[in-house]
Design a protein around this ligand. Structure first.
Ligand code: C5P
Length: 219
């Protein structure tokens, strides 16, 4: 069984998808982490990020895996190396746009994700899972929240990790990412027609997980 959760950055997708997966005993697939991991490789190999052909060839020669171990955070493996921390840097976050907008790269990513979906039951989070990757998923959710609340959550998350935050710059980056994600030609952020919309603006994480869990068990 595949359950998809799409939505904009900062809506709480990863946290909620992880908890929902745990509760259902499913694997968790963080597709944003896969785009980020390829960005790490492109930056390390000094591939020109505007060079679509080079990015596609890089993707075809890369192995990205997501390791779900009971009771441990998801591990993101780039050619066997654990890059779970490296993928969260600000530079990687801002450069992932180049990887995500390249149609040939998305094609490779979608194939990897579909193969993972065949291996096990899972909850996946991303931008195009309900529309492109798993159009026949058993349950689809589209998770959104007010822009200001999404900014606040990101700020709190970074501060909790002891990182310095420039609130204005963060809001600008988030708005820019929203624009890039919704306006790209291939695999844009979009609610699938048959997805259930969840507005988490006034919901706690647990409330959102409960809501989805109940919807899955009601049908
Ligand atoms: O979800 P997260 O913010 O970690 O994703 C990082 C970036 O990867 C997003 O800004 C988005 O552009 C891209 N992405 C994507 N398609 C997905 C998941 C993420 O284009 N399915």
């Amino acid at each position: 069984m595949v359950i998809t959760i799409d939505g904009p950055a900062g809506a709480g997708k990863s946290t909620i998808a992880k908890l929902l997966a745990k509760r259902l005993g499913f694997a968790f697939m963080d597709t944003g982490a896969m785009y980020r991991a390829l960005t790490v490789k492109a930056m390390r190999c000094q591939v020109r990020l505007e060079d679509a052909d080079a990015l596609v060839s890089l993707a075809k020669n890369t192995h990205i895996d997501l390791l779900n171990e009971p009771g441990k955070p998801l591990k993101v493996l780039l050619d066997g190396e654990d890059v779970s921390e490296a993928i969260r840097s600000v530079d990687v976050t801002n450069n992932t746009f180049y990887i995500a907008r390249t149609p040939g790269v998305r094609h490779v990513m979608v194939e990897w994700q579909q193969k993972m979906g065949l291996r096990q039951s899972m909850v996946g989070d991303g931008r195009d899972l309900g529309t492109v990757v798993f159009p026949k998923a058993e349950y689809k959710f589209f998770l959104d929240a007010d822009f200001k609340v999404r900014c606040r959550r990101r700020i709190d998350e970074m501060r909790a990790k002891g990182q310095d935050v420039d609130e204005e710059a963060l809001a600008k980056d988030l708005a820019e990412r929203d624009h890039q994600d919704t306006s790209r030609k291939v695999g844009p952020l979009k609610q699938a027609d048959d997805a259930i919309r969840v507005d988490s603006t006034n919901m706690s994480i647990d409330e959102a997980v409960d809501f989805m869990f109940l919807r899955i068990h009601q049908k």
